[in-house]
Design a protein around this ligand. Sequence first.
Ligand SMILES: Nc1ncnc2c1ncn2[C@@H]1O[C@H](COP(=O)(O)OP(=O)(O)OP(=O)(O)O)[C@@H](O)[C@H]1O
Length: 234
Amino acid sequence: MNSLLRVNTNQVQLLEKQDNCIHHMLQIQHFKKTYPTGFQMEIDSLHLAKGIHLIKGENGSGKSTLLKAIAGIHAFEGEIMLDGISLKKEPIPFRKLVNYSEAEPLFPDFLSLDELIAFVSKTKGADDVQIESLKEILGIGDYSKNAISTYSSGMLKKAGIILAFLGTPSLIILDEPYTTIDVGSQKRLTELINQQLQSGVSFLLTSHIADFEEFFSYDSVLTIADGKLVQTHE
Ligand SMILES: Nc1ncnc2c1ncn2[C@@H]1O[C@H](COP(=O)(O)OP(=O)(O)OP(=O)(O)O)[C@@H](O)[C@H]1O
């Protein structure tokens, strides 16, 4: 008798689970999000492997809505799983795995970036070496001691990006990371993303920069239109 046939049902389920964990970094099932304005986002099923993924779409198509749900900061219907961990069933372990930088970050005006970093570092488990290296890569210098209220739009974006790299996330979501940051910082951010990819971190990115598809060798490129996933290229 073929030994495979003697594997019992529990073992098959376990193997399937392990298989999912290995091949699917992110799993979305029956996702639905409706705003009071009437906009509705719906994705029946989406499975993404470890790696780097680009999400494209026109203004208002629903990219940020989806990213916020995956980051665990937006209520939604359906199921989102990261590395086999369910956002709804295990919200705290899930949130430890995902870091997110929004397109237009908003922080309390009266705090300095250093204070924000210290706060996020405690929850995400980042050390001083990582913090200093991120500040250098993004060219923050010692400006981080100043209150957020004094920050330019580029500095605000850099603040959001730094916070998204703190700790040891499995997935980093960067919504429009290249908009408003200077060219030198863009180059160093690209190097940082590639280096983190090599160490096994996955990325979800959006950008309206014209040639952004050339920036990375994406594992998949998804297109969203009017709240629906209309295309997936691998
Ligand atoms: N908090 C909210 N309340 C109500 N409607 C919202 C909210 N956030 C977004 N929307 C609406 O949902 C739709 C999708 O918005 P979303 O921000 O996800 O689009 P996007 O693809 O990220 O756009 P952009 O490229 O301009 O950033 C838009 O019609 C927007 O007006």
